[in-house]
Design a protein around this ligand. Structure first.
Ligand code: V47
Ligand code: SF4
Length: 379
C-alpha cells in the first residue's frame, strides 16, 4: 500500500491525509470524516480516492441494463415541493391515468425485444390500490415471465398498504407472490426530519421508508436507495442520510445500488433554489462511493444528470448507468433535465462507456452479467 500512497497526491491537511490512509487500507470512514470531505476535499482528492474504491470493487466494469418504464399515473395526492411531475390539483388537464390494458399494451410493445426489466413508478393515485397493482403484476408475469419487475417506491407502497390495512410485511409478501421482484430507490429524498418537513411534508417519513426497505430485504427482495441532493439540505444532512442507509445495509445487506438524484428546478415550487454545480455533483458521487462502503454499486441516472456528466461520473466512483430506458419516463424531463426525450440504444451506451475508457457490461437487475462488450471495437 505504501507504493500507492507515495504515488497518490496526498494533501497537506493531516485529517485528509488520515482519511486517505484509511481508504487505501480498506477501513471504513466515520461520519465526521465524511463531513470533512464535503467541507474540505478538493474534487481531485475525493475523486482519486473514489476511483481507487471503484476499481478495487469493479475494475473498469461499468454496468447498464435494458429496461423500460411504466408510469401508471402522474396524479398524486402528495405535495412534494420539488416535484414537477404531479398533476392532480394544479394541472388536472395534463394528468394521465393508465388502465391495466393500457399498461399491458406498453409491455407488449417490447415483445421480442431483449429487454430484461420493467421499472414501474408513478404518483400516488387514490383509486389505484393494492389489488389493482397485484393484478398488473400477475398480468405482466403471465405474459412475459422472464421480465424482472422492479416496482413501486416506498411512498407508493406505504399508501397502498395503509389503504388495504396491511402491514409492510403482509403487503410486500402479497405483491411478491404476484410477481414483484425488487424495489426501486425512490421516495427517500432526504431523511433529516427538519428538511423533509419543508420539501415533502406529507408522504411516508424517513423511518417508514427505511422500514419498508428493511422488510423487503428480510423477505429476500433486493432494493435500491436514492438521495435527492442539491436543494436546501446541508452537508451534515447528506451524511446523516447516507449513515441511515449504511446502518440498515449493515443489518440486511439487501441494497444493491445507491443513486444520488440531483435536484432539478424547472416548473416546481422550489424553482427559486439554484441547482448544484458539476463540481459539486462529482464531489458528491465521489464521497458517496468512499463512505457507502457496504453498497456494492453506485449509479448515475443519466436521464437526470445528462449523458456527458454521467459519462464523467465514471471517473468519480460510479460503476452503473442504469438503462436504455427508451423514452418511457417523464419524471426528469418535466423537472428540467437536459434529457427531454431520454432514450439511448445499447450501442449509444456502449460507446459512451468506452469513450471514458471503461468496460461496458450489460447486466440484469440483480447484476447478473448478460453480455460483456469489453472486447468489441470502439465505433
Ligand atoms: O423519489 C422528483 C425524484 C424520484 C425531482 O431505483 C426529482 O433504479 C430531481 O427514484 N429533481 C423517483 N429529482 C425516481 C427514482 C429512480 C429513478 C431511476 C432509477 C431508480 C432505481 C429510481 O425522482 C423521486 C424523487 O427523488 N425527483 N422530482 C426533481 N425536480
Ligand atoms: Fe407525488 Fe412522488 Fe411527486 Fe411527491 S415526488 S408529489 S410522491 S409524484
Amino acid at each position: 500500500m505504501a507504493a500507492v500512497l507515495e504515488t497518490s497526491i496526498l494533501p497537506g491537511d493531516p485529517d485528509l491525509k488520515n482519511i486517505a490512509q484509511k481508504v487505501y487500507n480498506d477501513q471504513r470512514i466515520t461520519d465526521e470524516e465524511a463531513l470533512l470531505l464535503f467541507e474540505k476535499g478538493s474534487l481531485g482528492f475525493v475523486g482519486s480516492l473514489a476511483n481507487f474504491v471503484r476499481e478495487k470493487l469493479h475494475g473498469d466494469i461499468t454496468y447498464f441494463n435494458r429496461n423500460f418504464h411504466i408510469e401508471p399515473t402522474n396524479a398524486c395526492i402528495y405535495t412534494c415541493n420539488f416535484c414537477s411531475y404531479s398533476r392532480l390539483y394544479a394541472h388536472r388537464d395534463e394528468a394521465w391515468e393508465l388502465g391495466l390494458e393500457q399498461m399491458m399494451d406498453i409491455v407488449k410493445k417490447y415483445d421480442g425485444e431483449p429487454v430484461t426489466e420493467v421499472h414501474i413508478v408513478g404518483g400516488v393515485h387514490p383509486k389505484m390500490n393494492l389489488e389493482f397493482f397485484a393484478e398488473l403484476l400477475r398480468k405482466i408475469k403471465a405474459h412475459r415471465p422472464d421480465l424482472h419487475i422492479k416496482g413501486f417506491t416506498a411512498v407508493e407502497l406505504d399508501y397502498m398498504f395503509r389503504k388495504a390495512k396491511k402491514t409492510a410485511e403482509e403487503g410486500l409478501f402479497y405483491l411478491k407472490e404476484a410477481g414483484l421482484e425488487s424495489l426501486p430507490g425512490g421516495g427517500a429524498e432526504i431523511f433529516a426530519e427538519d428538511i423533509r418537513k419543508q420539501i415533502c411534508p406529507d408522504k411516508v417519513d424517513s423511518d417508514g421508508w427505511l422500514h419498508i426497505h428493511g422488510t423487503a430485504h428480510r423477505l429476500g427482495m433486493h432494493t435500491n436507495a436514492t438521495m435527492l441532493y442539491g436543494h436546501i439540505e446541508s452537508f451534515a444532512d447528506r451524511v446523516d442520510h447516507m449513515r441511515r442507509l449504511r446502518e440498515l445495509q449493515d443489518q440486511t445487506k439487501g441494497f444493491n445500488t445507491f443513486i444520488p438524484l440531483k435536484f432539478r428546478n424547472k416548473d416546481n415550487d422550489m424553482s427559486h433554489v439554484p441547482e448544484s454545480t458539476l463540481v459539486e455533483d462529482m464531489r458528491l458521487y465521489a464521497i458517496a462511493r468512499i463512505y457507502m462502503d457496504n453498497f456494492p454499486h453506485l449509479k448515475a441516472y443519466w436521464p437526470m444528470l445528462g449523458r456527458q456528466n454521467a459519462q464523467m461520473s465514471l471517473s468519480f466512483g460510479v460503476n452503473d448507468l442504469d438503462g436504455t430506458i427508451d423514452d418511457t419516463t417523464k419524471i426528469y424531463s418535466m423537472a428540467g433535465a437536459e434529457e427531454q426525450t431520454p432514450s439511448m440504444s445499447t450501442q449509444d451506451l456502449v460507446v459512451l462507456i468506452k469513450q471514458a475508457r471503461r468496460q461496458p457490461v450489460e447486466r440484469g437487475t440483480l447484476y447478473n452479467v448478460i453480455k460483456d462488450y469489453g472486447a468489441e471495437e470502439l465505433v
